[in-house]
Design a protein around this ligand. Structure first.
Ligand code: A3P
Length: 300
């Protein structure tokens, strides 16, 4: 029998979802210590849903008055992952509990935490959550490439079929993917002022429309003057796949955790799954989506 791929040998299940051991420590520390503020904004995704893109967009949107000159923009010299850190992967993965009170409000953080695992202070506060979802077929293919790119030198590649089987049974980083998405989808229906649900495919199709909706949701709508000045287009231009992926920092830089920034940029398109998945695999995904989403109205 084939050896299990390197990523999956190191996953642990907690509250129904899978995490690496380092991440799990971060989840526990974050649940214990994170004190949400009412003005906080959390950007939530499962890995490979377009987190990097949304981080860049939301950072630019929320800081648009600080950097009116895009030639001076922090995104030109820093990874979106440094500008919008993950709670459980970055801030709470360290030994010492971080002091986040020095972050100026509104604080922008990101997380892959499933809804059930959000710290109590998040549940109890009025902070806002923006959830970005993506077609699981593209997530899976993206994830497969990502894990192989980041594989340690002495480990073999993850086999596509094996990883697919595991993904279908829910075993993937922050998986089961379907349960993760449904958790936030239901919450967005129940509480639309608190949870904003976005889809990668829709963002790709109408980025300006969705950027304005995000701004509205966050309570920082674009003014008529800003619209006239082309602020939306400036932000979107800065954050395109081509622009970000060709910046020196994203081509050759590394995160403090060691990952190459370039690993977060591959194709940035919708539908690449067609080049990798067999008809049988697609049918299996469709069946799971139908079964998991049927009573929720979520369609991906
Ligand atoms: P692909 O592997 O399909 O190309 P995450 O940021 O959640 O890790 O997701 C990574 C995926 O988002 C990758 O998908 C990556 O190429 C894509 N991506 C990164 N930056 C993007 C951008 N600016 N616009 C669109 N997609 C982007």
């Amino acid at each position: 029998p084939r050896e299990r791929g390197w990523v999956h040998r190191h996953l642990y299940q907690y509250q129904g979802f899978w995490h690496t051991s380092r991440q799990l420590q971060g989840v526990l520390a974050c649940q214990r210590h994170f004190e949400a503020q009412d003005t906080d904004i959390l950007l939530v995704t499962t890995p490979k849903s377009g987190t990097t893109w949304l981080k860049a967009i939301m950072f630019s949107l929320m800081n648009r008055t600080c950097y009116p000159d895009t030639q001076q923009h922090p995104l030109l010299n820093d990874s979106p992952h440094n500008l919008v850190p993950f709670l459980e992967i970055n801030l709470y993965a360290e030994k010492d509990v971080p002091d986040l009170t020095s972050f100026a409000p509104p604080r922008l953080f990101s997380t892959h935490l499933p809804f059930v695992s959000l710290p109590k202070s998040v549940q109890d506060s009025a902070c806002k959550l923006v959830y970005l979802c993506r077609d699981p077929r593209d997530i899976f293919v993206s994830f497969w490439h990502f894990t192989n790119k980041l594989r340690p030198l002495n480990q073999g590649n993850n086999h596509l079929e094996e990883m697919f089987d595991l993904f279908c049974t829910g075993v993937s980083l922050s998986g089961p993917f379907w349960d993760h998405a449904v958790g936030y989808w239901k919450e967005s229906l129940k509480n639309p002022r608190r949870v904003f649900f976005l889809k990668y495919e829709e963002m790709k199709e109408q980025p300006a429309y969705h950027l304005k909706r995000i701004a509205q949701f966050l309570g920082c709508p674009l003014s008529t003057e800003e619209e006239a000045e082309g602020v939306v287009n400036e932000i979107l231009k800065l954050c395109t796949f081509d622009n970000l992926s060709n910046l020196e920092v994203n081509m050759n830089g590394k995160l403090a955790s060691g990952e190459a920034n370039s690993a977060f940029f591959r194709r940035g398109e919708v539908g690449d799954w067609k080049n990798y998945l067999t008809g049988e695999m697609v049918e299996r995904f469709d069946k799971i989506s139908k079964q998991k989403f049927s009573d929720s109205g979520l369609v991906l």
